[in-house]
Design a protein around this ligand. Structure first.
Ligand code: ADQ
Length: 467
């Protein structure tokens, strides 16, 4: 049987054999795939060094073999903080106002992809399956082909694919997209992102995409499809039953003193719509003063990408906004927003979800959004909470029974909170049943199987000559 080689920017194998650590479902699911295929997980160690050496640190952790390399400071600045997080991330989340185009970022991105290819290529055997992840590594497939690899190589994009009209604002966009044609399978989270990709292929590359997802561009064929990622349902539904989760649930309920908790959990990122969410919540407080002291918003948002200035700004902005709303509405015995900037172990998080009768998950744009699915999985089937979800999250295409909102509209958010508070139990149960079916059935294991079998079934690639 072929081995599976997973390549992603960062490598995070589960810390224990059972896989039940503080990490997310993605790490657990990839680790399970690597065990099944006795494979290897390659990526950046997270460390910075003076000069790139290509030294590979091989480790065995949680039953998985990992191979990591250190990167130079300049690599990290230009490739990771630069092109990945200051150019592609904002652009692919439709924030062209925040996207920075800097030649140095572009060359750093290319250099690190070449360095990854140089380092990992010798570790790959001819019949291995190779699975590359996310926007940090779009050109990696092409770099591997340039080094003679004829393996089946797949790529999965975890974030949205932007509309062509936005994408063309990226200098050298065509070069970037054409590099994707070196893969055999390209996976997107949803049909919507796939649709935008198809549009680009037809309009900008003069290619064709068949009904069955075969892309034809200048003699090259690639299979494209939507593979919506899910959570590790089995792991998460166990997590919510653990003593740690139960204690976390009781702790939050106890501190809530019969007030109902509205929960939000997000990385601190502008794509998650936190300021807009606070404004929507503020609108609710203004419109429904009689219900003010019946609820509070618990927003858990650990900082991320601290080296990028925009993230510093959004953090300051949210500190100020939450402070202002609390200052304006708080009473001696009630604070409207509990704003917490830290991460929690998964079991505790599961307990918090269970304690909250309402979740407010309102990204402005999100490839999928696993928090929404985790919230659904953590609910008591006899008395489930209500999910308020942004229509712009990839997850909205599956969780159709959520209360759907436009996250830019404070009135819609306010109305949804009002409706959630008043929703009868029968309706909550009916909506939850609709959602749990998808969360359980379309879980991360199903996602991985679908992608890996598409890759196994792909016709072996013809090596493409580098341009
Ligand atoms: P993210 O943008 O990171 O992922 P998301 O899908 O919501 O967004 O996943 C976040 C994960 O981090 C969840 O598992 C959540 O539990 C965890 N998390 C968030 N805040 C936490 C906290 N305070 N403490 C502990 N854990 C916390 C990217 C894309 C998404 C896509 C995923 C997977 O942006 O659209 O769904 O990859 O493909």
């Amino acid at each position: 049987m072929s081995r599976l080689i997973v390549i992603s920017n960062r490598v995070s194998p589960p810390r224990t054999e059972s896989g039940a650590g503080a990490q997310g479902g993605l790490a657990v699911a990839l680790a399970a795939a690597l065990k099944e295929y006795s494979g290897l997980w390659f990526g950046w160690s997270g460390n910075k060094i003076e000069e790139f050496t290509g030294h590979i640190d091989m480790q065995r952790a949680g039953g998985v073999t990992t191979a990591t390399v250190d990167l130079e400071e300049q690599d990290v600045d230009e490739y990771y903080n630069g092109y990945a997080n200051r150019t592609l991330w904002p652009l692919f989340h439709y924030r062209i106002d925040l996207a920075e185009y800097d030649r140095g970022f572009g060359s750093g991105y290319k250099r690190v992809n070449e360095r990854f290819a140089d380092t990992v290529a010798p570790l790959i055997d001819p019949d291995d399956l190779v699975w590359v992840h996310d926007y940090h590594l779009i050109p990696l497939g092409q770099e591997l082909r340039a080094r003679g690899l004829k393996n089946r190589i797949g790529f999965f994009l975890h974030i949205p694919w932007p509309p062509s009209r936005l994408l063309v604002s990226l200098p050298n966009h065509q070069e970037l997209v054409e590099s994707l044609l070196a893969y055999d399978v390209i996976g997107f989270q949803t049909e919507e992102w796939l649709e935008s990709f198809r549009h680009y292929v037809e309009r900008e590359l003069d290619g064709r995409v068949d009904e069955d997802g075969t892309v034809h561009v200048r003699g090259r064929t690639v299979h494209v499809a939507a593979y919506p990622i899910g959570i590790d349902y089995a792991e998460f539904s166990e997590a919510v039953e653990t003593p740690v989760a139960k204690e976390a649930c009781e702790r939050l309920r106890g501190s809530a003193e019969r007030k109902r908790v509205v929960i939000g959990v997000d990385r601190l990122d502008y794509s998650k719509g936190l300021a807009e969410r606070f404004h929507g919540y503020q609108r609710f407080l203004e419109k429904h003063p009689e219900q003010r002291s019946e609820i509070f918003l618990l927003q858990i948002a650990p900082p991320s990408r601290g080296e990028v200035a925009t993230y510093e700004e959004i953090r300051e902005n949210l500190d100020e906004l939450s402070g202002r709303i609390n200052g304006e509405f708080a009473e001696v015995d009630w604070v409207p927003i509990r704003y917490v900037n830290q991460g929690y172990p998964r079991e505790e998080l599961a307990g918090f979800y269970r304690a909250a009768p309402i979740a407010l998950i309102t990204p402005l744009r999100d490839g999928m959004n696993l928090v929404a699915k985790e919230y659904v999985a953590a609910q008591d089937p006899e008395d489930p909470g209500v999910l308020i979800l942004s229509r712009f999250a990839g997850a909205a295409l599956q969780l159709k029974d959520a209360l759907m909102v436009n996250p830019y509209s404070p009135d819609e958010i306010s109305d949804a909170i009002f409706a959630a508070l008043a929703m009868p139990k029968e309706e909550r149960i009916r909506r939850w049943r609709g959602m749990i079916e998808s969360v359980r059935g379309e879980d991360v294991v199903a996602w991985r199987h679908a992608f890996v079998s598409a890759l196994e079934n792909a016709k072996p690639a013809v090596a493409v000559e580098p341009a």
